[in-house]
Design a protein around this ligand. Structure first.
Ligand code: TTP
Ligand code: MG
Length: 365
């Protein structure tokens, strides 16, 4: 039995802005595009809890936020400031357990199994309150904490009472805790899955937990199995630091050194398709496409091209790689090995990335 803590900062970007502008404290603050008197484009990235009282939410068009509360303070994002605050908070959390995993700019898990006595609610609470106080004191930010026997339940628990919340789910009570909550609270249940489940009469996590495993597999495939386990409060994934994927590389050595262009392109395309599928599965786009050619004498050359906008367009990736390879095909030596590299990976949507990484941990890839 483990004790896992999930920490999520409250109204993060807006809270940092309020910290930097003390005169904004206690007032509705919206971080995002300039609303330009209600006609501005773009969305609200987040809103202070004072602004949420007017119905303003993350991802809402800024023009709508402006209509809901024209007197709110609208401010553009200051990312370097948020990154610095995030780094400082993560350092604090890391200092409380060597088992640490940052999930996004404002949330992390720590495994505190070895730090507190299992089942001692008071001791666990004292530990969590000390962390909250340290973050408040050093960074002037408030957070919400969820504590449970696994990551899945801890994450839902941190969202249970916000802001400045602390929710401890007692060991063995995971299913009971999840049961009345809407299915949407489960990671992996988006708008579409929610609609399908609703049609089946499934509204709460408890409704979902009651559906048999075989039925879930038939209806939703592998994700159905994950959903069945999740709804039942089961999650065995470890708290572990995820290392950033910097590039996707593939290499192919021909059985015999060759000058056969068809064969070389076929090998290269196969590698690009494989790398591309890995790219899209993780919801990445790449900016740099590279190739590598090794001649019969082992001399190796690389060439790469950086495109203006990050892409996941396989046709474009293939054409770029083919063009890069041309000078090596013109060489009189035979080619022994070719390689490809997709680099400068970007993800447009960090939330999506979280979900896909979460699924990877569930071994559902
Ligand atoms: P969240 O933790 O989802 O939101 P939050 O910290 O603002 O509010 P809460 O108290 O509910 O935790 O996201 C963290 C930051 O990520 C948020 O402050 C701004 C950014 N963000 C976006 O830019 N776009 C989005 O759609 C969301 C949800 C968050
Ligand atoms: Mg947050």
């Amino acid at each position: 039995m483990r004790t896992i803590m999930h920490i999520d900062l409250d109204a993060f970007y807006a809270a940092v802005e309020q910290r930097e502008h003390p005169e904004w404290q206690g007032k509705p603050v919206v971080v995002g595009a300039d609303p330009k008197q209600g006609t501005g484009r773009g969305v609200a990235m987040t809103a202070s809890y004072e602004a949420r009282k007017f119905g303003i939410k993350s991802a809402m068009p800024i023009s709508r936020a402006y209509k809901l509360c024209p007197t709110a303070i609208f401010t553009p994002p200051n990312f370097p400031l948020y990154t610095a605050a995030s780094d400082a908070v993560m350092d604090i959390l890391r200092s409380h357990s060597e088992k640490f995993e940052q999930v996004s700019i404002d949330e992390a898990f720590i495994d505190v199994t070895a730090k507190v006595s299992r089942g001692d609610k008071n001791e666990i609470e004292t530990f969590a309150v000390a962390i909250k106080n340290e973050i408040r004191q050093k960074e002037k930010l408030s957070c919400s904490i969820g504590i449970a026997a696994n990551k899945l339940v801890a994450k839902i628990a941190s969202d249970y009472r916000k802001p400045d919340g602390l929710t401890i789910v007692a060991a063995g009570r995971e299913k009971e805790f999840l049961s009345p909550l809407p299915v949407r609270k489960l990671i992996g249940v988006g708008e579409k899955t929610e609609a399908v489940l609703k049609q089946m009469g499934v509204n709460t996590i408890g409704d979902l937990a009651a559906l048999p495993n075989e039925f879930m597999l038939k209806e939703f495939g592998k994700i159905g199995l994950y959903l069945h386990e999740a709804a039942n409060g089961v999650d065995n994934s470890e708290v572990e630091e995820c290392y950033e994927v910097k590039s996707i590389n593939r290499n192919y050595t021909f059985e015999e050194d060759t000058k056969d262009h068809e064969l070389i392109f076929a090998a290269m395309n196969e590698m690009l398709e494989d790398a591309h599928s890995s790219l899209t599965q993780n919801n990445f786009r790449c900016k740099t496409i590279g190739i590598r050619a090794r001649f019969e004498d082992f001399e190796t050359h690389t060439k790469e091209k950086t495109v203006k906008e990050a892409t996941k367009d396989l046709a474009l990736i293939k054409t770029t790689a083919k063009t890069l390879l041309q000078p090596f095909l013109a060489d009189k030596r035979l080619i022994r090995q070719v390689g490809i590299r997709l680099a400068h990976l970007e993800t447009a949507d960090t939330r999506q990335k979280q979900v896909s990484e979460y699924f990877k941990q569930q071994d559902l890839k």
